[in-house]
Design a protein around this ligand. Sequence first.
Ligand SMILES: [Zn+2]
Ligand SMILES: [Zn+2]
Length: 308
Amino acid sequence: MKKEASPVSGSGVLRWWLLLSIVLAATTACARSMRSISFPLDLFRPENTSAEELSTSTLEPFQPVTPEEPVMKPVRITVVYNNIAGNPDLETDWGFSAYIETGDEVILFDTGTNGEILLRNMEKLGLDPTSVDYLVFSHLHNDHIGGTAALLSTGVQPPAYVLDNFPQGFQQLLAAITEVVVVDSPLEITDGVYTSGPVTGEITEQALVLETSQGLVVVTGCAHPGANRMVAQAKEAVAGEVYLVMGGFHLGGASATTVEGIIADFRDMGVQNAAPSHCTGEAAMLQIQEAYGEHYLSSGLGAVIEIP
Ligand SMILES: [Zn+2]
Ligand SMILES: [Zn+2]
């Protein structure tokens, strides 16, 4: 059925504005299902339109509305489990875990090897295990998932993000307590927090990617597929400049040439700061420190990285 474009009465136009604003808001919301976007009704109210203009206006003036850039939440990352020593009040042990606060949400990335140590370190740092909203595991090795049972024994039930190669027993342990998400592609976990999706290799692994006011922060567990490949996939999954890559880079015993290649790839991809720890290896950490200079961040146990 074809509608008459004009002449149209003032109240008729207002009805059109209202109807089309609802349709536009609904279709835009569907198209961008990753985020929820609400449009203030004022945007659709033709306040500056005179009665005369209203009586002759057609439907052409409708333009897609670009929502304002979202304000980035501050991010605070605390290394709560690491074999690289830092805060002497904490218990250093082989493994990795990072407690990440974004605005009012908490993501625990990996749980280290020993849950008792994990919980004691968190307690000494004043971090509440029951405040964890999301649990994300980098890969299946015990030094990244070993503390999980103790964490869940606190009563916390955060949805857990695993990969399909994780042991069935571990997935069942999680599923008995909470929701398990088997990640098979990049996805947004919560506002501004993503997984790179599985990066395939000898040991398939996922990186956590955070959108911050300074750019992307990529957190790796061991980076078995290669820290350079983890960053490349993170950048593909979440468009943006990489402000920081941190975590284990799995370069223990790697040749200086191999490490040089990783640094060169980081530079090519515009990685601005590096904070290697855990399984990176002492020699590789030194090499990265020399290359990055003041853009090398020390990230041993208890380190806190804050991005406003
Ligand atoms: Zn590993
Ligand atoms: Zn590891």
